[in-house]
Design a protein around this ligand. Structure first.
Ligand code: NDP
Length: 281
C-alpha cells in the first residue's frame, strides 16, 4: 500500500506552529492582520472566504472582511486596495478570485502592494520566485512543497513532471521544484504523448482540472503522486484529477482528495500573513 500523504494532519501541524508564533509576536507587540475582499456573492467564493476567516480566528490573526456588491466598479475596488496598501495595521490583502467579468483581474492583482501580496500572484512576487529572490509564493504549490518535505520525500535529483501550466499552480510549482533541485518538466494541452512524459516522473503533480483523468497508465510504478484537482463527481462527492483507486496500488505515495493538497492552501496563506507581519517588523 502507498504512503498516504495526509494534508489534513500536516496543515493542522502548520497551523499549530503559526498559532504559537502569532502568540509570541503579540507578546512582542506585533499583531497580524489580513484584509479579505470579496466582490459579489458567488457561493463557492463565500465558502473559501469563510474558511480563510475561520483559519485566521484560530491562529490569532485579525481578519478584516470587505463584502462588496457585484456591481462594484473596478475604480472602487482599486481605491479600497489603495487604502489598505497604506494602512500600517494591515499585513496581507487578499481579493477572492474570480472577480466579476467587468473587473480586470490582472489590474486588481497588480494593485496590491507586493509586500502585502499574501496570495503570491503579483508579477513582482512571481518574478522574485523566478530569479530566486525573497517574495511571497502562491499558496497551493508552496503547500505541496511542505507536504513533500514533511512526509520525508526527497525532491533533489528527482524527475518531477507537472501536468498543467497555470499561473497559480503549474508554473510556480515548476519554479519551486526547480528551487529544490528537482529536474522539472511541465506538460500542457499541447504536449504530445502525455503518458510517455508522465511515466518518467518520480514525482508527478496533476493540476489539469479534469476529474479522474490520471489513471495508472500515466504513472511509473513507485512514483509519488500529488493530486491538486478538486471536483464534485456524479454523486456530489469530492474527487481529484487522479483516479485514486486505480493509481494508489502502483505508486509509493499519494495525496487523497479531500484531505491532501486542499487544506494546505489555507495553511500557507496563513503562513504568508505571519511572514508579512514579521518582515514588516
Ligand atoms: P487551469 O484550468 O488554469 O489549468 C489547467 C492546465 O491543465 C492548463 O495548463 C492546461 O493546458 C492543462 N491541460 C488541460 N487539459 C489537458 C490535457 N488533456 N493534457 C495536458 N494538459 C492539459 O487550472 P488550475 O491550475 O487553476 O487548477 C487545476 C486544478 O486544481 C483544478 O481542478 C482546480 O480546481 C484545482 N485547484 C485546487 C487548489 C487547491 O487548493 N487544492 C487550488 C487551485 C486549483 P493549457 O495551458 O495548454 O490550456
Amino acid at each position: 500500500m502507498p504512503q498516504i500523504i495526509n494534508g489534513k494532519e500536516i496543515s493542522a501541524q502548520i497551523k499549530e506552529e503559526l498559532k504559537d508564533k502569532v502568540k509570541a509576536m503579540k507578546e512582542d507587540g506585533i499583531s497580524v492582520c489580513l484584509a479579505v475582499i470579496q466582490v459579489g456573492d458567488d457561493p463557492a467564493s463565500s465558502v473559501y472566504v469563510g474558511n480563510k476567516k475561520k483559519a485566521c480566528a484560530y491562529i490569532g490573526i485579525t481578519s478584516l472582511s470587505y463584502e462588496l456588491p457585484e456591481e462594484t466598479t473596478q475604480e472602487e475596488l482599486l481605491a479600497l486596495i489603495g487604502e489598505l496598501n497604506k494602512r500600517k495595521d494591515v499585513n496581507g490583502i487578499l481579493v477572492q478570485l474570480p472577480v466579476p467579468a467587468h473587473i480586470d483581474k490582472d489590474a486588481v492583482i497588480r494593485a496590491i502592494a507586493p509586500e502585502k501580496d499574501v496570495d503570491g500572484f503579483h508579477p513582482q512576487s512571481v518574478g522574485a520566485l523566478c530569479i530566486g529572490q525573497e517574495g511571497f509564493v502562491s499558496c497551493t504549490p508552496a503547500g505541496i512543497i511542505q507536504l513533500l518535505k514533511r512526509s520525508g520525500i526527497e525532491i533533489a535529483g528527482k524527475e518531477c513532471v507537472i501536468i498543467g501550466r497555470s499561473n497559480i499552480v503549474g508554473k510556480p510549482m515548476a519554479l519551486l521544484l526547480l528551487r529544490e533541485n528537482g529536474t522539472v518538466t511541465v506538460t500542457h494541452s499541447g504536449t504530445k504523448d502525455l503518458k510517455e512524459v508522465t511515466r518518467r516522473a518520480d514525482i508527478l503533480v496533476a493540476a489539469v482540472g479534469k476529474p479522474k483523468m490520471i489513471t495508472r497508465e500515466y504513472v511509473k510504478e513507485g512514483a509519488v503522486v500529488i493530486d491538486v484537482g478538486i471536483h464534485r463527481n456524479e454523486n456530489n462527492k469530492l474527487c481529484g484529477d487522479v483516479d485514486y483507486d486505480d493509481v494508489a496500488p502502483v505508486c509509493s505515495a499519494i495525496t487523497p482528495v479531500p484531505g491532501g493538497v486542499g487544506p494546505m492552501t489555507i495553511a500557507m496563506l496563513m503562513n504568508n500573513c505571519v511572514e508579512s507581519a514579521a518582515l514588516r517588523q
